[in-house]
Design a binder for this molecule. Structure first.
Ligand SMILES: Nc1ncnc2c1ncn2[C@@H]1O[C@H](COP(=O)(O)OP(=O)(O)OP(=O)(O)O)[C@@H](O)[C@H]1O
Length: 747
């Protein structure tokens, strides 16, 4: 045996054991006729991504043997090549397999009788050879030849893609998308892959282009770089648009120093004009937009303007409002501060208002007051029981961007609250509520507005019916939204929008040194007592190489003291590297939930999910009311389930959600998560490492957001200087957006 020869098996498919329509993953029984090594048995199992083979089709598969705990030795296919059938029976089976429209067994037999065992080659070369056969019209002959070409083209496309070092799953995804046009499309413009295929970025497409000898200065290359940069700037830097200068600078960064010589200003101008003509970009003055962002920003501005122009239907005299505040104060035995009263009065007299404030300044207290006043003034009930089982809509709609924030809002107000996606009737790929089918209710209160990106803000405002009052609540010192735009920040710049900022801290200062710390930090001051031990916070000084063990020990000790996994959260600014979220998760998993012979687990990429692990949902689930940022515990695993069966179940609050293997990319371990993912959530204990290693990300608003996630106890660990430097770093650069100007402009 040649040890260096590539491993392969060749044989005919006996049976399909399993096939996943979605991703083309299959398991097949194969009768081997030839192989690179001696086999104990001629019938083997091959698994992988093939173009769904039919029985008796002959394949040569290249790959490797692996041992499956339940199913034994299996051949895992890296790439495969279908051989045209050679025997009479195989050709008849192939022709009558259903791939060729209108060809049944009888016709297939006649074809082989007439043309012999090289029938397929003959048909491919000239469909007219079929017309001598009784019952085959010239049109039918052409269809048969076309189908044959198409199938051959798909096989060729797979082989073509393998030469670029692509895995079979990606190759199949591309072939499933472009069908028999695959090779033509990729030869013409491989950069299309970036837009059309998830998982292909600019670098990969550029590499394919290079291997095919596409010119380095081709307009397609420049345009692909532009699209990539536009999307990156929106998703990573939050920009709604880029100016000509910014765009070209970023393209040059991506393409390297030679880009300046390769693409002159004139060529760039031409390329960009072409993209604007094709509506891939929108140009306004010298600003380039992705169309979805342009329309979102414009739409949002238009609706905010509408709201501002609209007077509240039932404006109550201020004296009446004060009277009702007095009633609420009396009933709840509370004395609102002057600023809080101002907030309540402004809210009830405005069609749109913004309420801001740091932790403990009474935002929730004010929201509750507003709801109570609204009910009294309008003489309506806000007892959820009165609406249960009726078709009357609840008059006050409360919502927040994440599931956890919505849950907290419901708990603190005692009123029904939900995610914005749920409020708008998210159906996986569209919103049920929009301008023509708005949401119901008279008052809308949105919490954690700092998290709202321009896309969601536009969807939300589109669905607000005429006459509904809108109150936006948030903390402007927190991180901006993960998605593009800086909606809260820019709305606060619009002078016309009524707003009240709560600054007085009501939570007893001695109760919470975390809140005092937060308020100092937001003003850029690091208190002298940062390293001192407080009843509710500590700072363990340590270097980078000690940080992991400090974090793990702290989590372990909290769990030993009886804190539930959900109460303890490690927050880190970055994912990768020796102290990134991924590594911290592995270490905590190893400490709290180690591998044991009888504990089920399943591998997914670099992660291992084990029974009992805490996990985080990374995107809004399309079938279940589970949202980006929700956390649960793995409650069952069936690692041998087929690809269209669930392999893992996660217990969320009250819901157990199944995940198929191809959905496992929707979750990650959650002992540690990024500060961005924790926006809108609170935890009893927050452990926050602060190290120079995070320098790039460590900014004032990130530190502020991290520490304000802790309800009872904050443990920081790391390097004090890194903390101090981070606090000096004001929020990241401004995000490009015209929201404020658009609202203020006369259209
Ligand atoms: N006018 C007031 N008089 C007395 N206590 C108040 C007053 N306003 C608020 N509080 C109390 O201060 C604490 C913080 O208020 P609240 O929870 O409303 O603040 P918040 O801004 O929503 O805080 P966080 O953002 O941290 O949730 C609560 O215990 C609340 O009862």
């Amino acid at each position: 045996m040649d040890l260096f020869a590539e491993s392969y098996v060749k044989g005919s498919i006996v049976q399909e054991i399993f096939y996943n329509e979605e991703n083309g993953y299959g398991v097949y029984l194969m009768r081997v006729t030839e192989a690179s090594e001696e086999l104990e048995t001629k019938e083997i199992t091959v698994v992988g991504h093939l173009l769904r083979p039919h029985e008796d089709e002959v394949y040569t598969c290249y790959g490797q043997w692996r041992e499956h705990p339940k199913f034994g030795r299996q051949y895992h296919v890296n790439r495969a090549k279908k051989e045209l059938p050679r025997s009479k029976d195989a050709i008849i089976k192939y022709l009558s397999s259903g791939l060729f429209e209108g060809v049944g067994k009888k016709t297939a037999e006649k074809i082989v009788e007439h043309l012999g065992t090289d029938a397929l080659e003959k048909i491919a070369a000239n469909p007219d050879v079929l017309t001598d056969i009784k019952g085959v019209t010239p049109a039918r002959a052409q269809t048969i030849a076309d189908s044959l070409h198409e199938h051959q083209a798909l096989e060729q496309a797979m082989v073509f893609l393998y030469q670029f070092g692509m895995g079979p799953a990606l190759a199949l995804k591309i072939v499933q998308t472009y069908k028999h046009h695959t090779i033509t499309i990729i030869k013409e413009n491989p950069y299309r892959l970036i837009d059309d295929i998830d998982g292909v970025g600019f670098r990969r497409a550029d590499e394919i282009a290079k291997q095919q000898g596409l010119a380095e200065d081709s307009p397609e290359r420049f345009q692909a770089a532009v699209m990539f940069v536009m999307k990156e700037s929106a998703l990573s830097d939050g920009h709604v648009y880029l100016t000509w200068e910014e765009l070209n600078e970023k393209v040059d960064d991506l393409l390297g120093s030679e880009a300046v010589a390769l693409f002159t200003d004139e060529v760039r101008e031409q390329c960009l004009t072409g993209m604007v003509d094709e509506e891939r970009l929108i140009l306004e003055d010298d600003r380039y937009y992705l169309p979805s962002l342009y329309y979102a920003e414009y739409g949002l501005a238009m609706r905010v303007k509408d709201l501002l122009a609209h007077q509240v239907d039932t404006a109550f005299p201020v004296s009446e409002l004060y009277r009702v505040i007095g009633e609420v104060e009396e009933e709840w035995q509370i004395a609102y501060a002057e600023r809080q009263r101002e907030a309540m009065i402004t809210a009830l007299s405005s069609s749109l208002m913004i309420l801001t404030g740091g932790p403990g300044t009474g935002k929730t207290t004010v929201i509750r007051g507003i709801c109570q006043m609204f009910a009294r003034l309008h003489e309506i009930s806000i007892d959820p029981d009165d609406y249960e089982g009726t078709d009357k809509p609840f008059p006050i709609r409360l919502a927040a961007p994440t599931g956890r924030a919505a849950k907290r809002m419901a708990e603190t107000t005692g009123l029904p609250a939900m995610t914005i996606h749920r409020l708008l009737g998210w159906k996986g790929d569209f919103f049920e509520h929009h301008a023509d089918h708005p949401i119901e209710g008279s008052l809308l209160i949105i919490d954690e507005v700092s998290m709202l990106d321009i896309w969601l803000a536009n969807q939300l405002f589109r669905a607000v019916p005429k006459g509904m009052q809108v109150i936006l609540v948030g903390d402007q010192d927190q991180l901006p939204s993960v998605g593009p735009g800086q909606v809260l920040h820019h709305l606060l710049q619009v002078k016309e929008i009524p707003r009240v900022e709560l600054t007085e801290i009501f939570r007893q200062a001695e109760d919470s040194s975390i809140i005092r710390l937060a308020h100092s930090l937001k003003n850029g001051e690091v208190p002298d007592d940062l390293l001192e031990r407080h009843p509710d916070r500590r700072f363990f000084s340590c270097k980078r190489d000690q940080a992991l063990s400090v974090i793990v020990q702290t989590v372990e000790s909290a769990v030993q003291k009886g804190y539930a996994l959900f109460d303890v959260q490690v927050l880190a600014p970055i994912y990768k590297g020796p102290v990134g979220v991924e590594r911290i998760n592995q270490e905590i998993q190893q400490a709290l939930n180690p591998k044991t012979p009888d504990k089920k687990e399943i591998s997914w990429g670099e992660s291992v999910f084990r029974l009992g692990d805490k996990v985080l949902q990374l995107v809004n689930h399309s079938e279940h009311p589970i949202y980006n940022g929700d956390m649960g515990i793995i409650c069952a695993i069936d690692e041998q389930a087929g690809a269209d069966q669930p392999v893992l179940w996660v217990q969320y609050d009250r819901l157990e959600v199944p995940y198929k293997r191809n959905q496992l990319n929707q979750i990650s371990l959650a002992y540690a998560c990024s500060v961005h993912k924790a926006q809108g959530s609170e935890f009893s204990i927050v452990i926050f490492p602060v190290l120079h290693a995070y320098r790039r990300m460590l900014k004032r608003n990130l530190i502020y957001t991290a520490i304000t996630r802790s309800k009872s106890y904050l443990i920081m660990c790391g390097e004090k200087e890194a903390f101090v430097e981070g606090i000096k770093q004001q929020r990241g650069e401004e995000r490009n957006s015209r929201l404020k100007d658009l609202i203020e402009e006369d259209w």
